[in-house]
Design a protein around this ligand. Structure first.
Ligand code: MTE
Ligand code: MO
Length: 553
């Protein structure tokens, strides 16, 4: 950095010009503010951390095309990308605040106050926010501003006064006798001689202490926040296979062992795609959890987790779920063995009133989903699930309870961390994504994906083209593959697990060296052929045939 402000002698002595130190002061002040805020958030609750609330607010107001871009570009890492982007912005602002403070420290304080106000506003306006949640941002900003003032003072004050109290007392005394002007002259002379080394030392002490405060408060906050972690409570839950267990997977349904590169029939929990609006994973205590069913019902009901888990109508089913943001050939789909309570039974107990056409569910993250009441009542295996592949639901996938309605995209059916179910109408309320212009109802479209061979690095010879196809609730009837400009060839369909699961398919291929184009299309059991016409995910799911360019060596 080029420094034009400092005088030549200082530059000669000090390798870090004043502006650089001011910028560092800005960054350290920001870290102090964030550290203190994390500590307070540790006392109040993780949903009051400024990083979390500001990130959440940013996600909420991000225009749809940007959000789509983030989900498809960064995939699972969209949240990490957001956090890194936010931190980069904070660093730039903090640098600017430090530099401007050198000119006028009121600007610096105003800058930090603005940040604090933003954090407090975001915390208060979060769906789950209240006035207490503004404290981390406010207190963080106050302490951060104090740290900034101390560091900037060390940079700009005549250091000799601050450092040498004897002299300043003497100076004050002489003030009275010899007058202000003389004294000023003396001071300036001393400052010329000493300021360089002294303000350096003062600054290093001030910034070192501040950095220490940031580190201690930040790590203490992170440690304290661990007490909100539910992993122990989750591990303590005992998942039993219910009497109404999933049907055995038929022989020949799973081709993954025979075809390298093919997606497993069941997705490991650890590999399961995750899509939601949260930066951090909501932590819901299973003992505190309850679900209220209310609105246009005859009997308002409340269930605890124990209530649900001890029922005698529990089912276990294999279901593939899919995100509406999945692009053609994308991987925002996964299959699991779920255990839960049939939604129909719970709604019957509540007694749905006529005309209540929307089941509006709300989660702890404030997210809302609207599902047609008709689908909740009629779709086989629509459930409130509490287990996934033999374990309690992972925190990422909605622990302790989530909703599943086979055949509908996640944003209209798959409420994770669900706590509230209100029977209402579509006219009365728009849920989260509908407010952002996605379609009100969204059945999953017929899809087929080529998993293997890979686009590059494959040698000529006898290969297998294989993948998955899904059309939940209708089932897959046929998969066809076209190689280059050839005719459509019918692929071998693996045995069907059930109509709510995706299905493996494969086609042997004698591949010759060169570039080839592979295209796949599926037909569902209603006889409907997957449309060739391309559609983007917005507003109700991507469409079109998956096409893959492969280079055979
Ligand atoms: N509480 C909550 N539930 C949610 C969401 C969310 O943002 N918050 N996202 C939905 C969307 S868009 C999808 S595709 C599925 C994804 O479920 P998964 O992360 O378990 O794969 O969760 C749904 N349930
Ligand atoms: Mo989704």
């Amino acid at each position: 950095m080029i420094d034009t402000e400092t005088v030549a002698p200082e530059r000669a002595v000090n390798p870090w010009p004043r502006r650089v130190r001011a910028a560092i002061a800005g960054i350290i002040a920001a870290l102090v503010a964030l550290g203190v805020a994390e500590l307070i958030a540790g006392l109040i609750g993780p949903n009051s951390s400024p990083v979390v609330v500001v990130g959440g607010a940013v996600i909420d107001v991000t225009p749809r095309p940007v959000k789509d871009f983030a989900i498809t570009t960064f995939g699972e890492s969209d949240k990490i990308a957001l956090v890194i982007g936010t931190l980069a912005l904070i660093v730039v602002f903090a640098l600017a605040i430090g530099l401007l403070s050198l000119r006028d420290r009121r600007i610096g304080v105003a800058g930090i106050a603005l940040f604090g106000a933003l954090g407090a506003f975001a915390a208060f306006t979060r769906p789950t926010g209240d006035i207490l949640d503004t404290l981390p941002s406010i207190l963080g900003a106050v302490v951060g501003a104090g740290a900034l003032l101390l560091m900037i003072a060390a940079l700009t004050q005549p250091a000799v006064e601050a450092a040498d109290s004897d002299r300043s007392v003497e100076a004050r005394r002489s003030n009275q006798s010899t007058g202000l002007l003389d004294n000023l002259r003396q001071n300036l002379a001393r400052r010329d001689r000493k300021s360089t080394s002294m303000d350096r030392r003062g600054f290093f002490i001030a910034s070192g202490v501040a950095a220490g405060v940031a580190a201690i408060t930040g790590s203490a906050g992170t440690l304290i926040q661990r007490r909100f972690d539910i992993s122990n409570a989750r591990a303590a839950l005992d998942i039993q296979t219910p009497a109404d267990a999933a049907a055995a997977v038929p022989a020949g349904a799973d081709l993954a062992a025979e075809v390298p590169g093919l997606t497993p029939l069941f997705t490991d929990n650890a590999d399961f795609y995750r899509v939601d609006i949260n930066i951090t994973v909501p932590q819901v205590s299973p003992t505190d959890w309850s679900l209220r069913i209310h609105g246009r019902v005859r009997n308002e009901l409340t269930f605890s987790l124990a209530d649900l888990m001890s029922r005698d109508d529990i089912i276990e089913r294999d279901i593939t779920i899919t995100c509406v943001s999945n692009t053609v050939g994308g991987d925002l789909a996964g299959s699991a063995r779920w255990i839960g309570v049939p939604l129909r039974n719970l709604l019957d107990e509540a007694g749905v009133e006529d005309g209540a056409d929307q089941v509006l569910t709300t989660a702890v993250d404030g997210f809302t989903i609207g599902t047609p009441t008709e689908d909740c009542l009629r779709t086989e295996n629509a459930m409130l699930a509490f287990a996934m592949n033999g374990e309690p639901l992972p925190a990422e996938h909605g622990f302790p309870v989530r909703m599943l309605v086979p055949g509908l995209y996640g944003y209209v059916s798959a409420t994770k961390w669900i706590v509230d179910m209100e029977l209402t109408t579509f006219d009365a309320v728009d849920p989260y994504w509908v407010q952002r212009e996605w379609d009100v109802t969204a059945p999953i479209k017929i899809s087929a994906r080529i998993d293997t061979p890979a686009s590059v690095g494959v040698k000529a010879g006898d290969l297998v083209i294989a993948g998955v196809a899904w059309a939940q609730t209708r089932g897959i009837d046929r998969v066809e593959v076209r190689i280059d400009r050839g005719d459509w060839q019918e692929a071998e369909l693996a045995a069907e697990t059930n109509v709510q699961m995706w299905r493996h398919w494969r086609l042997p291929w004698r591949a010759e060296t060169g570039q080839h184009t592979l295209t796949v299309r599926a037909t569902d059991q209603n006889g409907e052929l997957q449309t060739e016409e391309r559609a983007e995910p917005f507003p109700n799911g991507a469409a079109g045939w998956h096409t893959l360019q492969v280079f055979i060596q």
